[in-house]
Design a protein around this ligand. Structure first.
Ligand code: PGA
Length: 247
């Protein structure tokens, strides 16, 4: 695990963007796993800037988002699909047919999760999974528990996770859907490389637990310790609790 720390969230986001752009330059048909949330917004801004400056061509890139709320899909204001359209898909030259987000509105969610796994497989797997981390240690919507689902699945969201997403729903956490579809932890760990981006003091404790604590399903991000190629990009605040611990 390679951990890098930057003086600000903006610098951390630029560093994560530079890593992705470096890979993209070497491999134009990159397959990316993508997160939503507050953290990746400056990262997506940096990717959009690079594209506008002629430094990034996404025309052959394929993307798979980590998760989506059950009941929501493209066009719904609170959906992750809409978030991605706003922050990345409409800002770069990704082909719509190459961007994949789980369809939370699918009538048959079992079919939808199987379809998603098939699509990832057909794309040759994920080259770089860009990840955020929840305050409770979740990756995607793989919430802490006694066990984790290996493959893409339907999940009940924890109250804390629903509160963290309230901003997408007019700050009314009760309006945040109770369930979601999420890539499984095994699907994420199958990515050839993972980039974990975490910023802000609220993440300090969980970052230290995930990177240096025991590997446990109670902290899903701790499973990243088992992956051979993980790059962790932090700002100083998120790295604060790591200081006395070995990574
Ligand atoms: P955040 O979400 O970037 O909004 O903190 C990260 C996550 O929950 O995975």
């Amino acid at each position: 695990m390679h951990v890098t720390t930057y003086s600000s969230a903006a610098r951390a986001a630029s560093a994560a963007a530079a890593l992705i752009l470096g890979r993209l330059a070497r491999q134009p048909s990159l397959v990316l796993g993508l997160p939503t949330g507050h953290t990746p917004i400056p990262l997506y801004r940096a990717l959009a800037r690079a594209h506008r400056a002629g430094r990034a061509d996404f025309s052959r890139v394929t993307t798979f988002n980590l998760d989506e709320f059950a009941g929501l899909g493209a066009g719904d204001p609170g959906s992750y699909h809409t978030f991605m359209t706003t922050h990345l898909f409409s800002q770069v030259n990704l082909r719509p047919a190459h961007t994949h987000v789980l369809d939370g509105r699918a009538h048959d969610w079992r079919r939808e999760i199987a379809r998603y796994e098939r699509l990832i497989e057909r794309a040759g797997g994920i080259d770089v999974a860009v990840l955020g981390i929840g305050r409770n240690g979740h990756l995607g919507f793989n919430e802490p528990g006694d066990q984790l689902d290996a493959r893409t699945h339907r999940v009940a969201l924890r109250p804390g996770t629903r509160r963290a997403n309230a901003v997408l729903f007019g700050n009314r956490w009760q309006d945040v859907p109770t369930h979601a579809l999420s890539m499984g932890i095994g699907t994420i760990l199958n990515a050839r490389c993972a980039i974990l981006l975490a910023t802000g003091a609220a993440k300090a404790r969980i970052v230290a637990r995930a990177l240096t604590g025991p590997i446990t399903t109670r902290v899903p991000a701790s499973l990243l310790q088992t992956h051979p190629d993980v790059i962790v990009v932090l700002d100083r605040e998120a790295a604060a609790a790591l200081q006395d611990r070995r990574v």
